[in-house]
Design a protein around this ligand. Structure first.
Ligand SMILES: Cc1cc2nc3c(=O)[nH]c(=O)nc-3n(C[C@H](O)[C@H](O)[C@H](O)COP(=O)(O)O)c2cc1C
Length: 318
């Protein structure tokens, strides 16, 4: 399983419906869940939080937390559900996450992160990865980042996904923290030079599939977040461009038509259609009737024959 192209973990985006949809666009892209707090895994509705469709492999679960024991227990449970990798969130700067003392704030505590990774590694057989930033606040982007990567990799993590900008822990919203601190791809390339035995995946600001591929001359993989969600159709090129598979041309219409049996099956199981169809909005990007199609996609719940309407929408997509 390769991380040459990954879709980023995104809260309220990369749920199991979105991932099913992404898998219809690329067979090979490495997928990640939204961040799930270790406490939620231990004390919440595990089936609701952890179950997924078999087709979603390769699939990593992203855990949030700072307690080695709880994280290792949550990882053990996750492994039993069949995830391919445990990913630890060391990049989220939200106030809520900071007040729980996990996420990006842990970049300042490499010894604790190393302990968490070690505890997880001791309990599971699947790989453990860390998603981090190049730093936080006034942390030294060179020396301190190297110390972080060295300590955490010595504890058993060999895969690092690095968002190529710092997080500023005071004064910026999570959204601003994805845009305002400057991108520094060179620093991530340098990490690969300094730690050639580690798998380094670059993240942050990737605009399109073709340009993203250029990073592969410097690092092992790329992770795309917002643009994969906003313009998912471009993912139909991933298997060819990143994994050397023959290019299989698909239209937007074919993509949506193939989703219909899934939507109907989920609807019959009690899932509201718009919880699935909301993820297709990006499929309309650049199409003629985008606004109208998006309106149609939001109004499916009350319909007696949603299948008919969905087929109409697919035809509109062309
Ligand atoms: C709506 C949204 C939710 C996000 N949730 C998470 C998350 O749960 N865990 C995480 O590590 N990063 C999260 N991120 C950050 C992304 O994984 C990614 O690092 C960031 O968006 C930069 O990549 P991009 O420029 O390709 O979007 C989120 C981003 C967005 C836009």
């Amino acid at each position: 399983m390769s991380h040459r192209f990954c879709v980023a973990p995104m809260m309220d985006r990369t749920d199991r419906h979105e991932r099913f949809f992404l898998r219809s666009l690329s067979k090979k892209a490495y997928l990640y869940t939204e961040m799930i707090n270790a406490n939620a895994v231990l004390f919440g509705d595990q089936n609701e939080l952890l179950k997924f469709n078999e087709c979603e492999h390769p699939l990593a679960i992203q855990l949030g937390g700072n307690d080695p024991i709880k994280l290792s227990e949550a990882a053990t449970i996750s492994e039993s559900y069949g995830y391919d990798e445990i990913n630890l969130n060391i990049g989220c700067p939200s106030n809520k996450v900071q007040s729980g003392n996990f996420g990006a704030i842990l970049m300042n505590k490499p010894n604790l992160v190393a302990k968490c990774v070690k505890a997880i590694k001791n309990k599971v057989n699947i790989p453990v990865s860390v998603k981090c930033r190049i730093g936080v606040d006034d942390m030294d982007e060179e020396k301190d980042l190297n110390t972080f990567i060295k300590k955490v990799s010595d504890s058993g993590c060999k895969i690092f996904i690095v968002h190529a900008r710092k997080a500023w822990l005071k004064g910026l919203s999570p959204r601003e923290n994805r845009n305002i601190p400057p991108l520094n791809y060179e620093r991530v390339y340098k990490l690969k030079d300094e730690f050639p035995h580690l798998e380094i995946i670059i993240n942050g600001g990737l605009e399109n599939i073709e340009d993203s591929k250029n990073h592969l001359t410097k690092v092992d993989g790329v992770m795309m977040g917002r643009k994969a969600y906003e313009n998912p159709f471009q993912l139909t090129k991933v298997d060819h461009l990143f994994y050397g598979m023959p290019f299989l041309s698909k239209t937007r219409k074919e993509v949506l038509l193939r989703m219909i049996p899934y939507i109907i099956q989920q609807h019959k199981a009690g899932i509201k259609i718009n919880l699935i169809s909301r993820h297709f909005m990006g499929l309309t990007k650049g199409t003629r009737f985008a606004k109208q199609i998006r309106a149609n996609l939001t109004n499916l719940n009350a319909l007696k024959e949603p299948e008919k309407k969905l087929t109409q929408i697919a035809n509109q997509l062309g």
